[in-house]
Design a protein. Structure first.
Length: 228
């Protein structure tokens, strides 16, 4: 579902409909959503093929009459805009260093119906962290070689009796990642394909790993300096 489809089925239905007679020719909430989406797309910074950083703070500047009308919608408007921005970030597989924050600011220099969006990031120093998502849990993958299996001796212990004690390992150097099956009984699949035991294969962001009855998603996420 596209950004505007989602918007029309969400914010426009629940908010715009109730205020359509009030706004008339004035600025509509859907126009703010469109500008935030444009800001995300135009300010995307490509770090590598699967790592794209985008702003996470948005200051929406509005003419005084529009500001008063939008402000009257309260947190409902901010909440919907934030949800839609997050949906677009997820769909495009963008990365942010901290949660999206949107604020409305009155700007007397703007004419009725005009708006300006200023975007930025709360942090300037970014590092990359590796994680494994499995069964609703997010597990941090430290640098080096980290084994995954059912036994307490594994670097990451998973409650799945169909896993070998140490089933596979992830090699992560802070930039690149690899996957190796450790001679497991039931094997390891990467993106649906079995991998040879004791052979390292490249592991990309958003890769899906199946081992035993468990499905893992390997992700490389942006991490701010303050998170470290």
């Amino acid at each position: 579902m596209g950004f505007f489809d989602s918007f029309e089925k969400g914010l426009e239905r629940t908010i715009n409909r109730a205020f359509s007679k009030t706004f008339k020719s004035e600025l509509q909430p859907i126009e703010i959503a469109a500008r935030i989406k444009t800001e995300l797309d135009s300010k995307a910074s490509v770090i590598s093929r699967d790592r794209i950083l985008v702003p996470n703070t948005f200051e929406v500047r509005l003419a005084s009459p529009d500001f008063r009308r939008m402000k009257a919608l309260g947190q409902a408007l901010i909440g919907e805009l934030t949800e839609l921005a997050n949906a677009h970030i997820k769909k495009q597989r963008f990365q942010i260093t901290s949660p999206v924050a949107i604020s409305l600011v009155e700007d007397s220099t703007l004419a009725l119906g005009q708006l300006a969006v200023r975007s930025g990031s709360k942090t300037t120093t970014v590092s990359w962290a590796a994680v494994l998502d499995v069964a609703g849990r997010r597990l941090a993958v430290p640098k080096g070689q980290t084994s995954v299996g059912r036994d307490a001796s594994a670097g990451l212990q998973i409650n799945d009796s169909s896993l070998s004690r140490t089933h596979f390992e992830i090699i992560w150097d802070g930039s690149l990642a690899g996957l190796r099956d450790l001679g497991s009984t039931n094997g390891t699949r990467l993106e649906g394909q079995p991998i040879a035991a004791n052979t390292v294969v490249a592991l990309a962001n958003e890769s899906k790993i199946v081992a035993g009855r468990s499905q893992f998603v390997f992700r490389i996420v942006a991490k701010s300096e303050s998170d470290s």
